[in-house]
Design a protein around this ligand. Structure first.
Ligand SMILES: C[S@@+](CC[C@H](N)C(=O)[O-])C[C@H]1O[C@@H](n2cnc3c(N)ncnc32)[C@H](O)[C@@H]1O
Length: 428
C-alpha cells in the first residue's frame, strides 16, 4: 500500500517510519511512503506557502496554490484524509476500511490550518485523532498510518494478533504479563500459569469485559455479548452512579397555561412510568411532590396498592419500581429526606424545555462527575413547568432536550427517561 503524505516537514516521518515492524513492512514492499512537500510547488522566490487570514485574527493559513499543485500531481491518491481537530474521530473501523485500498493520501496542516476552499476542490475527508490541538497534522498522520498499516496482510508476524486486540471484538483488550513470575512482590495471576487454555480464554474474556466496563462502558451494548458475558457484567457492575441520583416530580408550585403559579393533580402514568425509569437505572429514589394533603394521600394509596396490596402479588416487577416512590409536601422536605438518608445535601438541578438558561447550564458531564461524589436531585415540573418560586431553590439547571427545534413539548415521563439516560447511559 502506498501512503502519499502531503507535508511541509517530511523529515518528521523518516525515523518513525523506518523502525520496528514498519521498517520491515517497507523492506518487504508491503508499505511505501511518497512525500509531497507543498513548498516545492510555491511559485515565489521565498517558497511561500502561507499567508494572513482574511477577516483578521492570529496566525497564518496554508495557501491554496502550493497545496492544489501538490495534490494534483498524485496520480492515484486513493481516499484523501485531511488531518484536522475539527474532523470525524478516527477509529478502528476507519482503519480497517482504508487498509483495503492500494493507496491513500494524508494532508497535514500547519499554522492555523488550511484555506477551507481546498475541500471544494478535492474530496477531502477531515479526520481528527482526538479532542486536543497539536502543532501540525504530521503526528496525527503517523497515528493513522500505523493504525492502517498494521492491518495489511503480512504486516504482523501472526495474523491472529490483530484479531485479539482492543476494538477487534468491540471490547478493550485483556491485560498481558510476561516473565518474571513475581516482580517487586507482584505475582502474575495464577490462572495464566495453569496451562488450562479454556479457563485462560474465559478469564481473558472476563478481564476484557471488566476493562471495557471500567473505561469505555458505551462500547458494551454493541459488542455482541453472550448470555455468560451479560451474567458476568451484571454481577460486576454493582449499583453504579445511579444510586446517587434522585428524581422529584413537582405538582406545585408550577406554572399553569396562563403563566400563573398553581398546583396540578397527580397523574397515575407519571407515578408509574418515572418509577419504572428510576428502578431501571438504579436510582436512589423518586419523590412525588404535592402541597395538597388529599393528593399525597392518593399517592400513598397508589403506592401501597402496588407495593403491599393486591398489585404486589399480581405484578412484583411493578412493586419493585413503585417501592422507590415517596410522596412529599415540598422540595425542602425532599432535600431534607435525601440529606438524612445520605448524610449530605443533594445538588438540586432543575429541568426545563427552555434553551436560555439563567446564568448558563450545568452540563451532563459535570453532573456525572458530581454523581460520583454526592447525591443529585433532578426536579421535573408538571403543568407548564417549574414556577419561579421553585426555580429559586435550584443549585443548577440541566440543558433542555431538543433545544433548537421549534417543537420540544415532551411529556414529563419522556423527558425524565431521556435525561436520566443522558446522565447514566445504558451501560452506566
Ligand atoms: C495548530 S493546528 C490548527 C488548529 C486550528 N486552528 C483549530 O483550532 O482547529 C495545525 C494543524 O495540526 C493538525 N492537527 C491539530 N490537532 C489535530 C487533531 N487533534 N487531529 C488531527 N489533526 C490535528 C491539523 O492538520 C491542523 O491544521
Amino acid at each position: 500500500m502506498t501512503f502519499h503524505i502531503v507535508t511541509l516537514f517530511p523529515e518528521f516521518f523518516r525515523e518513525a517510519l523506518a523502525c520496528g515492524l514498519m521498517g520491515k513492512a517497507v523492506e518487504a514492499g508491503l508499505a511505501a511512503f511518497d512525500f509531497i512537500n507543498p513548498r516545492d510547488f510555491a511559485t515565489d522566490r521565498h517558497h511561500t506557502v502561507d499567508d494572513r487570514p482574511y477577516g483578521g485574527g492570529p496566525g497564518m493559513v496554508m495557501m491554496l496554490g502550493p497545496l492544489t499543485a501538490a495534490l494534483s500531481g498524485i496520480a492515484r491518491p486513493g481516499p484523501m484524509l485531511l488531518l484536522s481537530p475539527g474532523g470525524r474521530p478516527f477509529d478502528q473501523d476507519a482503519a480497517r476500511e482504508l487498509a483495503c485500498g492500494p493507496d491513500m493520501t494524508l494532508v497535514c496542516g500547519r499554522y492555523e490550518g488550511i484555506d477551507a476552499r481546498l475541500a471544494d476542490i478535492f474530496p477531502l475527508r477531515p479526520v481528527s485523532v482526538g479532542d486536543f490541538v497539536i502543532n501540525g497534522g504530521e503526528a496525527a498522520a503517523l497515528c493513522v498510518i500505523e493504525a492502517v498499516a498494521r492491518l495489511l496482510p503480512g504486516f504482523m508476524g501472526k495474523t491472529e494478533s490483530a484479531d485479539e486486540e482492543s476494538f477487534a471484538a468491540g471490547l478493550l483488550e485483556y491485560p498481558h504479563y510476561t516473565r518474571p513470575e513475581t516482580f517487586a512482590g507482584l505475582p502474575v495471576p495464577d490462572i495464566l500459569l495453569s496451562g488450562d487454555h479454556a479457563r485462560i480464554a474465559a478469564w481473558r474474556r472476563e478481564q476484557s469485559l471488566a476493562a471495557t466496563l471500567g473505561a469505555r462502558p458505551e462500547l458494551l451494548p454493541e459488542a455482541g455479548l453472550t448470555a455468560r458475558d451479560v451474567a458476568f457484567l451484571r454481577e460486576k457492575k454493582g449499583p453504579g452512579l445511579g444510586r446517587n441520583l434522585y428524581t422529584a416530580l413537582l405538582h406545585g408550585p408550577v406554572l399553569n397555561r396562563e403563566g400563573k403559579t398553581g398546583t396540578t393533580s397527580l397523574t397515575n402514568l407519571d407515578v408509574h412510568d418515572i418509577a419504572r425509569v428510576s428502578r431501571s437505572y438504579g436510582l436512589g429514589g423518586y419523590f412525588v411532590v404535592t402541597p395538597l394533603a388529599d393528593q399525597r394521600a392518593l399517592a400513598e394509596k397508589l403506592v401501597s396498592h402496588w407495593t403491599r396490596g393486591p398489585g404486589a402479588a399480581t405484578n412484583p416487577d411493578r412493586a419493585e419500581a413503585l417501592s422507590l416512590v415517596c410522596p412529599c409536601a415540598d422540595l425542602d422536605a425532599v432535600v431534607a429526606e435525601i440529606t438524612r438518608e445520605r448524610g449530605m445535601r443533594p445538588f438540586v438541578a432543575a429541568t426545563s424545555a427552555k434553551a436560555e438558561g439563567p446564568g448558563g447550564f450545568t452540563g451532563f458531564a459535570r453532573l456525572r462527575e458530581m454523581l460520583a461524589a454526592r447525591p443529585v436531585l433532578l426536579v421535573f415540573g408538571t403543568g407548564s413547568g417549574l414556577a419561579p418560586e421553585a426555580m429559586s431553590l435550584m443549585d443548577g439547571f440541566l440543558p433542555p432536550i431538543r433545544p433548537f427545534d421549534a417543537y420540544n413539548h415532551l411529556s414529563v415521563r419522556s423527558a425524565a427517561a431521556i435525561l436520566v439516560d443522558r446522565l447514566l447511559g445504558d451501560a452506566g
